[in-house]
Design a protein around this ligand. Sequence first.
Ligand SMILES: Cc1ncc(COP(=O)(O)O)c(C=O)c1O
Length: 409
Amino acid sequence: MIRMNENYLKLQASYLFSEIAKRVNAYQAENPDKKIIRLGIGDVTRALPVACITALHKAVDEMAVDATFRGYGPEQGYAFLREKIAEHDFRVRGAQISPEEIFISDGSKCDVGNFQELFAFDTRVAVPDPVYPVYVDTNVMAGRTAAWKDGRYEGLVYLESTEANEYVPALPKEKVDVIYLCFPNNPTGRTVTKAQLRPWVDYARENKALILYDAAYVAFIRDASLPQSIYEIDGAPDVAVEFRSFSKTAGFTGTRCAYTVIPKQCKIYDSQGNGHSLHALWDRRHSTKFNGVSYPIQRAAEAVYSPEGQQQIRELSDYYLANAALIRTTLGKAGFKCIGGDHAPYVWVKANMDSWKFFDLMLQNADVVCTPGAGFGKCGEGYIRFSAFNSRENVETALQRVSEALKGL
Ligand SMILES: Cc1ncc(COP(=O)(O)O)c(C=O)c1O
């Protein structure tokens, strides 16, 4: 008899986005003429930068000729891309990351989700609340939690991000072994300063813990004093892994390319307390279970680092940031407290009512879809996430309708 991994039974059935889709579909079926605008799911809407498309076409043509055709590439990624990343994303900011410490992949979702395979079963895991659900669900699947109770999984340590701590959680009071952090944050849009990040690195060093730092939204940071990488903090390469993605930086959500950085000095420990190279462990895992990102896609990603590519990705993120500013200003004028949106594509709005009630109100009175904060964790209850990923025209129309709907409150 084939038996299932019963940890899957602990997962919450109504995953946030399927519940949203259910409500939106039901509303659309009842109101077929309504033009619903989606400011919910965090998928980009604008085309790939011209520099990437040009590189992609060229690489596809190379694949059509025996002399330039490429078969299996290195599982860790081509050197041409790893070198550009090390130079442009890290060394120019004083973070000494070498190309060999970078693993190219087809997405941060997979990397973040797969990484916990390297950890012992009884690893104590700390996750932010509210949180990008992948950090939690993959640890549930692996059996690192007990049951779901009162809106949380028993066995996880939740790091609360609330109005009281300005949405930057405090260090855990108990000892934990792994800590997920995400800045700029999904869903709150909150960024972190170097001074706020340093205690996390110190904590990890003191406790031989590991930080998994998700910087998927780094391209939206506009304040040069804010850290773009955790490796800008002294000592971080000993205790932190960083996840980056081309998805939001360059519109690669459908194209798929990302990377994970594991400094060679970063250690993980066996039950006797002996240190082992985390880099070597991930290299073993990655090359056993993954066969590399396709050559044309890696060439397209490389083009992000050309002068034209850099200018074009800047224009992309500027466009979405202008949308975010409109969302924030409009909701602020309507009397709602908002954070995020200045260095992130998400605006986190205090709804002054139940999250799902606000969601239904927006859907039914404004034909606008947003994301109920409660879906990201207990601390998200009473909040709503608005995403800036849409056309300016749609954002403006949506905001006019939202303003009208809110007048009636
Ligand atoms: C915080 C965070 N990390 C990772 C991802 C996934 O990135 P990718 O498209 O590279 O899988 C997302 C996507 O929304 C995200 O919000």
